[in-house]
Unconditional design. Structure first.
Length: 482
């Protein structure tokens, strides 16, 4: 071989060696970056999801504590019933304190630590307020007519703090996830290039090494993130059910209170007439007045008992449906009416009118629980985002048969949705109310239920200033795979 050929050969070897070294460095860089992303998921994303999940759990327990407090005031008629309801209230209060301590230990963000400490302080102040009110309630002889004014608004501040804690953790986890995924895509391409060209001679061993130390941990981290997100969605569903329980209990309080008052009046007038009969001092006008009073009280008791029974039956069906995914056959219009009845406590606080147009004979063979979730989320979404507080508005639910299925149009005459948001409303964690109670999961849950569980599709049309319309197409018979 000539000297020139030897020189060219040495140069080629040098270039090949340099190229090999660069590719190996790229591969090592890719491995290191991927491993860093795995650690990022484990150290930041998963803990933030756990914090959000724990905050949601505290919110649910706190709502049950508030409901038990309402039971103390609305159902206590003597010392025995008071102690029974007070014991349940104190147990829920202790559970909230325990969960708050766990949240404080899990939280590392200084700002979130301050919020957790602030919630603990507000929770303690609220407990002291409850005890003062309970003492006054007992001293006044368990008067149910004064109880309603004692239970309003005291829990608003702690609930707002809990919402900010959960929203902050979910947002941080979402942002960190997006950054890590973008970085993972770039570094994975570099790694594969290094594996295929620079490390061809040891490809099998290198693949085993990468699979064991990079790919499996990455998949595990993403699986953990998916599970945490699913638990967060389920927690939001249960939180909504907790709010439904509290609202129905408050709604039932009116007919039960009227029935109790009438029963007490009837009891007192009966004792009075018995005493007059025993003394031989009863007159015809006394008996006439007693019979008139008894008839009026009986009518009021019967009417209000029927009203309470109707509310309870509606709540039982909706509550069972929202916590299960059992399939059954049912008429659609009465079911929509039951869902609206369960939302009545929320609608009563607004100036929004809901109108339903649906044929009476539309029969569905599907999953009423997920369908109830769709109806509830769409109505609550319109109440929250379409109208300002106190603003009059209209929501229309228009159902039309279409072949073997139906088309449901949800329309509102609210503010509408900006054009740049239309493609994002069904994305998870997208919300325009971050920090004000919105998690960005409501419409994402609706989309997943409609397309995956009920076997349909959903479309959105909206013009800013002219309201919005969600069109849901569903088969009357849901697919068996749902």
């Amino acid at each position: 071989m000539s000297q020139s050929a030897k020189k060219i050969f040495r140069n080629l070897l040098l270039v090949a060696g340099l190229a090999y070294a660069i590719l190996v460095m790229a591969a090592l860089f890719g491995i290191g970056s991927l491993w860093g992303n795995v650690q990022l998921f484990r150290q930041k994303v998963v803990p933030d999801q756990q914090i959000a999940e724990l905050a949601q759990k505290i919110s649910i327990e706190f709502k049950w504590q508030v409901q038990d407090w309402k039971n103390v005031l609305l159902r206590s008629t003597d010392d025995t019933t008071f102690q029974e309801h007070w014991k349940a209230f104190e147990e829920d209060e202790a559970d909230v304190r325990t969960l708050v301590r766990s949240l404080g230990e899990l939280t590392t963000n200084p700002e979130e630590r301050e919020r957790v400490a602030l919630f603990a302080k507000e929770h303690q102040i609220l407990g002291e307020h409850y005890r003062r009110v309970a003492a006054a309630f007992r001293a006044e002889g368990y008067d149910p007519r004064k109880a309603d004014a004692l239970i309003r608004g005291a829990d608003r501040q702690p609930l707002d703090i809990l919402t900010r804690i959960a929203d902050g953790a979910v947002l941080r986890a979402h942002v960190t996830t997006e950054r890590a995924q973008e970085s993972s895509q770039t570094t994975l391409l570099l790694s594969l290039a290094g594996f295929g060209i620079g490390l061809a001679g040891s490809a099998i061993a290198f693949f085993v090494l990468v699979r064991r130390n990079v790919l499996d941990p990455t998949k595990q981290a993403f699986d953990e993130l998916d599970e945490a997100t699913e638990r967060l969605v389920q927690a939001e569903r249960m939180a909504a059910l907790g709010g439904l329980v509290a609202g129905i209990a408050h709604e039932i309080n009116t007919p039960v209170g009227v029935s109790l008052t009438c029963a007490t009046t009837l009891q007192e007038t009966t004792r009075d007439i018995q005493r007059k009969m025993a003394d031989g001092a009863i007159r015809k006008q006394d008996m006439t007045a007693y019979l008139q009073s008894a008839a009026e009280c009986s009518e009021l008791i019967t009417a209000n008992a029927h009203r309470a029974a109707s509310l309870i039956q509606s709540f039982k069906q909706i509550a069972v449906d929202q916590t299960s995914e059992a399939r059954r056959v049912f008429l659609l219009k009465p079911y929509i009416d039951e869902v609206l009845l369960s939302l009545r406590p929320n609608l009563k606080r607004t100036a929004i009118v809901v109108t339903v147009f649906c044929p009476d004979d539309v029969r569905m063979d599907t999953f009423p629980g997920p369908l109830s979730q769709v109806l509830t989320n769409l109505i609550m979404n319109a109440m929250t985002h379409a109208f300002d507080e106190g603003q009059p508005g209209a929501i229309t639910i228009d159902v039309q048969p279409k072949g073997d299925g139906i088309t449901m149009a949800f329309r509102d005459n609210g503010r509408g949705i900006p054009t740049e948001h239309l493609d994002k409303v069904f994305d998870p964690f997208f919300t325009t109310r971050r920090g004000s109670g919105g998690t960005g999961l409501g419409l994402n849950i609706v989309y997943n239920i409609v397309t995956l569980t009920l076997g349909g599709d959903i479309r959105l049309r909206s013009t800013l200033g002219s309201g919005s319309e969600f069109t849901v197409n569903l088969p009357c018979t849901a697919p068996k795979a749902a």
